[in-house]
Ligand binder design. Structure first.
Ligand SMILES: Cc1cc2nc3c(=O)[nH]c(=O)nc-3n(C[C@H](O)[C@H](O)[C@H](O)COP(=O)(O)O)c2cc1C
Length: 165
């Protein structure tokens, strides 16, 4: 850690960055569905179509994502904060009570009612300190017109258009 940087200052500054909220899913080598809530998610490239998500190395699902050849991203909709919290909670059955359906290209479960769902083939992985950056080549991308769930200042909320004043 940079001695000049207080980690709390870093965290507090990053908490001022509003983002969407995703649930990233895959299957482990035994076929069991796993997933985690992620806000460190971004579009990366249009041609080829790439996206990225950052996964902490101490996540229970880490090994599954290191072995997986495919993964899914569900961009959560307004009202889905309970699902965001569920997929951020360790050592529970995250799928219990979470409606999902297999993606058409990969069969990986995607969250029902999400604002958008994408399926990816793993393009590459890059080291990112205590995280690994998963880069996915997008195979399918579907939207349903729902408003997104947002995350800002450690709370969930919704989008309000800026009137400019
Ligand atoms: C709003 C929110 C955003 C999060 N974003 C990320 C993220 O981008 N990357 C990550 O690795 N963990 C993130 N987490 C934490 C993981 O979802 C959580 O540690 C999860 O339980 C890890 O998976 P595991 O249960 O398999 O260990 C986030 C949690 C919340 C509540």
């Amino acid at each position: 850690m940079n001695a000049a940087l207080d980690p709390t200052d870093f965290r507090d500054a990053m908490a001022r960055f509003a983002s969407g909220v995703t649930v990233v899913t895959t299957r482990d080598s035994g076929g069991k569905a796993v997933g985690f809530t992620a806000s460190a998610f971004s579009s990366l490239s249009l041609d080829p179509p790439l996206l990225l998500v950052c996964l902490q190395k101490d996540a229970d699902c880490y090994a599954a994502f290191m072995e997986a050849e495919q993964f899914g991203v569900s961009i959560l909709a307004q009202g889905q904060s309970p699902i965001a919290l569920r997929f951020a909670t360790k050592a529970i059955d995250k799928w219990d009570g979470t409606p999902s359906a297999p993606g058409s290209a990969t069969g990986i479960p995607l969250i029902d009612g999400a604002a958008a769902c994408l399926e990816c083939r793993v393009h590459s992985r890059a080291d990112g300190g205590d995280h690994t950056i998963l880069i996915g080549e997008v195979l399918t991308a579907d939207t349903n017109g729902r408003e997104p769930l947002l995350h800002f200042n450690r709370a969930f909320g919704r989008f309000v258009e800026d009137g400019g004043s």
